[in-house]
Ligand binder design. Structure first.
Ligand SMILES: [Zn+2]
Length: 189
């Protein structure tokens, strides 16, 4: 099976056959690296201004629906998902420099968050290695004076094994991501 990306719709699209609300679809229009893309994400190079047509797949019918949706890409950013080509074209025509600046500000924030998450995961992996290889898991709590583990101490102290530490870390990341989602995604329109 080939690679693809997933487009998360900002508004669900009803299946014309069974009526199910379709919230996302796979596309091969971009880099095909198993990424999730939402409106506002950078999907291509900055010179790209185009409309991508994709056929809508219904997970309930497990079949293509015969309906299409249109991805409007302006300067490499996915600026909208429309069911009519005309609406996608109108989005590109109405796009202006101020909106573009807002998108870039938001993407800069996304980048900062992504860098932070990567740094945190790397630090966690280092800490797990040092904790278990250094025998800290066998020490009495009062002997574990090292500041090395300051950010991950809570997880390490409640984990019997490195695998358990990994599970705790992943659970914490998932809980934080969910809390972030519940706070709502930032809308720039
Ligand atoms: Zn359907």
């Amino acid at each position: 099976m080939g690679m693809f990306d997933t487009i998360i719709f900002d508004r669900s699209i009803p299946c014309p056959k069974c009526g199910a609300e379709i919230c996302s679809d796979q596309t091969k229009a971009f880099e095909c690296t198993l990424d999730d893309y939402r409106v506002g994400d950078c999907v291509a190079h900055a010179e790209e201004i185009r409309i991508v047509r994709d056929e809508l797949f219904c997970g309930k019918c497990t079949a293509f629906t015969g309906a299409y949706y249109y991805l409007a890409v302006y300067r490499g950013i996915l600026v909208g998902i429309e069911q009519e080509r005309e609406a996608a074209e109108a989005l590109l025509r109405s796009f202006n420099f101020e909106k573009l600046l807002l998108w870039y500000h938001e993407m800069y924030r996304q980048r900062e968050r992504a860098c932070g998450a990567t740094h945190r995961a790397e630090m966690f992996m280092h800490n797990v290695c040092e904790w278990f290889e250094g025998g800290y898991d066998k020490m009495a709590p009062e002997d574990r004076r090292s500041l090395l583990f300051i950010w991950n101490r809570d997880i390490l102290e409640k984990s019997e094994t490195s695998l358990a530490a990994l599970h705790h870390f992943l659970a914490e990341c998932e809980a934080e991501a969910k809390a972030g989602d519940d706070n709502g995604q930032m809308s720039l329109w």
